[in-house]
Every structure is written in structure tokens, then in C-alpha cells.
Design a protein around this ligand. Structure first.
Ligand SMILES: Nc1ncnc2c1ncn2[C@@H]1O[C@H](COP(=O)(O)OP(=O)(O)OP(=O)(O)O)[C@@H](O)[C@H]1O
Ligand SMILES: [Mg+2]
Length: 316
């Protein structure tokens, strides 16, 4: 059985995609695990980084993306996809000179997913309660169909900054979630709200639909997880400052202290600093470990390794 993990936050631009890319490549290389990363964000940032623009466009034009799965619910003429939406070894496919991550596969996203999600919300097939259940467990059912749980050690979702139906599909097919958070007042406040949302609005509601539909036990996907666990809150893009004793700007120091007090051992005690070299690596299409851009220094690489090691130990 795979360990399934959502990298999620309802706030945008906090480092979800950056963390997903590094965690997935770390697990696939350092830990030699078989990893599937699923881009469920219509912005498709992760897909574009992993595949490069040209290859991603080709996959999007062929509708060989996660969009197909959601479309197949809304339009019954569209067949439920199988494993043709899985791209094996995307980094190698993008640049055949390198083969750093033969253990890493992916399912890309495409822009149209945004519109498909709107259609999904307004489509009801069968009894309304059953439809609510089915619409939120499409990913879990698809994982069953392609037997992903027998193939992959880890399945990681890069989520959009939202908790609507597509994200709910990832939550209902995940054992753990990780929240990257920029430690400022606005971002930190959102974490408590977000955690409540996951527990009450996603997990509990879905269990309610399952019981009241009712869904036969044999129809519940084996990849469905009724109760997701918070693996950790990772401070992201923490700003260093030359003057402060902590070496970190005051507002970040304050908010990190508050997060630690509030979240205890869920607070990830190592953090990702805002560093030159991270966006440059991502833009060049590789995690920091494989880029030779001048600013991806050993310190940047070590920082990402330390954070991924810490998260790995929490996914148990
Ligand atoms: N440690 C870092 N230091 C500097 N810049 C970073 C760091 N981590 C991420 N960034 C940059 O910050 C921006 C936002 O990061 P990212 O795309 O990972 O966030 P996101 O939460 O996935 O955003 P979205 O909500 O739009 O999906 C990107 O340009 C990324 O390159
Ligand atoms: Mg993102």
C-alpha cells in the first residue's frame, strides 16, 4: 500500500509546488522509493517544471492529464482514463541526457481543469448524496483502477491554493497532509482555519455522504482514507536578516514561535529559507540538487535535504 500525501494550503504562493518537487525527487533518489506525483493544480506549475513547456503542451492537447478523470464524470462520453495519463520518468523524457529519477512518475494537469471543476460542481448523477460522494472520490477510484497502491511507495499531490472539489479528491485519497506556510501573521492565522476545514468540511462531510448514500462497502475505493493526518507545518521562505540574533527577520521569528507553541510537534523545526537559487533551479526545470545555476549553493541543497529528511520521518 502506498503512503499518500497532500501538499496543501488554501493560500497561494507559499511553496507547495517547490516542496512537492523536492520531496518527490528526494524520496525517489535518496530513499530509492517508487513515487507518483500528481499535479491537481490547474495552474500546472509542477507539470511545466517536470515536463518542460513543449512536452506539457503536448500532453494537455491530448488531454492526457488529470483533467480527463474529472471530465469523465461530467461528460459520460469521455472514458474514465487508465494509466495512459501517467508519464513515466518525466525528467528523462524532458532531457534524455539525464536519468536522475527513474523511480519518479507523474500525472500532469492542464489549465482546463479550472473549468472542469466548475462543471463538476454542477453535475449530479444518481442520488444527490451518492453524487457528492462520487465526485469527491474520483482520484481514489482511479488509483484503484490503475493499481497505483501496488506500484508506488509514495503518491504525492501538488494541490491548488483552494479546498474545492479537486483538492477534496486529493484529501480523501491521502494518509497525510503537509502545510507549507510563510511565517507571517496572515499566513499563520490561516493554518488553524485550514485544519478545521480539512477535518470538518472534507473528512467528516464525506463520511456523512458515505453513510447516508449509503455506499456499499465493496464500492468504497481501497485508496479512500476517511481521516487524513497532519504530518507537519513547514515554515517556508523564511527571511534571514544580518542583524537579528536569531538570524531571521523579527516578524518571522515571532510567527515561528507562535506556530511552534500552537502546533507543538506538528511544527517542523527545520525550515526552508528564502534563498536565491531556489526559484532559479525551479525555473531551470530541476530540483536544487541537480542545478548548476551559480546560486544553488551547497547550503541551499543541504537545506532542502534536511527539510525532506524531516518530512520523510513524519510520513510513518
Ligand atoms: N525557499 C525559497 N526561496 C526563494 N524563493 C522561493 C522559495 N521557495 C519557493 N520560492 C518561489 O516562490 C514562488 C512561489 O512558490 P511555489 O510556486 O512553490 O508556491 P505555491 O504555493 O505552489 O504557489 P501556488 O499557490 O500558486 O500554487 C515561486 O516563484 C518559487 O520559485
Ligand atoms: Mg503551486
Amino acid at each position: 500500500m502506498s503512503t499518500k500525501v497532500c501538499v496543501i494550503n488554501f493560500k497561494g504562493g507559499v511553496g507547495k509546488t517547490t516542496l512537492t518537487i523536492h520531496l518527490a525527487t528526494y524520496l525517489a533518489s535518496v530513499k530509492k522509493k517508487k513515487v507518483l506525483v500528481i499535479d491537481i493544480d490547474h495552474q500546472s506549475s509542477l507539470s511545466i517544471v517536470l515536463l518542460g513547456g513543449e512536452l506539457w503542451e503536448q500532453k494537455a492537447n491530448e488531454n492526457k492529464t488529470i483533467n480527463r478523470l474529472f471530465e469523465s464524470y461530467c461528460k459520460r462520453t469521455v472514458a474514465i482514463p487508465g494509466n495512459e495519463i501517467i508519464i513515466q520518468n518525466p525528467f528523462h523524457l524532458k532531457d534524455s541526457r539525464y536519468n536522475f529519477y527513474p523511480n519518479l512518475d507523474m500525472v500532469p494537469a492542464q489549465f482546463e481543469l479550472d473549468n472542469t471543476e466548475i462543471e463538476l460542481a454542477s453535475t449530479t448523477i444518481g442520488s444527490p448524496t451518492y453524487a457528492e460522494w462520487e465526485k469527491r472520490t474520483l482520484i481514489a477510484s482511479w488509483l484503484d483502477k490503475v493499481k497505483a497502491h501496488e506500484i508506488y511507495d509514495y503518491i504525492i499531490y501538488d494541490c491548488p491554493p483552494a479546498t474545492k472539489l479537486v483538492s477534496q479528491n486529493a484529501v480523501s485519497a491521502s494518509d497525510f497532509y503537509i502545510i507549507p506556510v510563510i511565517p507571517d501573521e496572515m499566513s499563520s492565522r490561516g493554518v488553524s482555519h485550514f485544519q478545521e476545514l480539512v477535518k470538518n468540511n472534507i473528512n467528516q462531510k464525506l463520511e456523512f455522504y458515505r453513510k447516508s448514500a449509503p455506499v456499499n462497502a465493496k464500492d468504497v475505493p481501497i485508496n479512500y482514507v476517511p481521516s487524513i493526518k497532519l504530518a507537519g507545518i513547514v515554515p517556508f521562505m523564511v527571511k534571514s536578516s544580518g542583524r537579528a540574533i536569531s538570524g531571521i527577520v523579527n516578524i518571522h521569528t515571532r510567527q515561528m514561535d507562535e506556530l511552534q507553541t500552537r502546533w507543538g510537534d506538528k511544527y517542523v523545526e527545520v525550515n526552508v529559507k528564502n534563498m536565491v537559487g531556489v526559484p532559479e533551479s525551479i525555473e531551470s526545470g530541476w530540483p536544487v540538487w541537480n542545478t548548476y545555476v551559480r546560486n544553488a549553493t551547497p547550503a541551499v541543497k543541504q537545506m532542502m535535504t534536511t527539510v525532506c529528511e524531516n518530512i520523510y520521518s513524519r510520513l510513518k
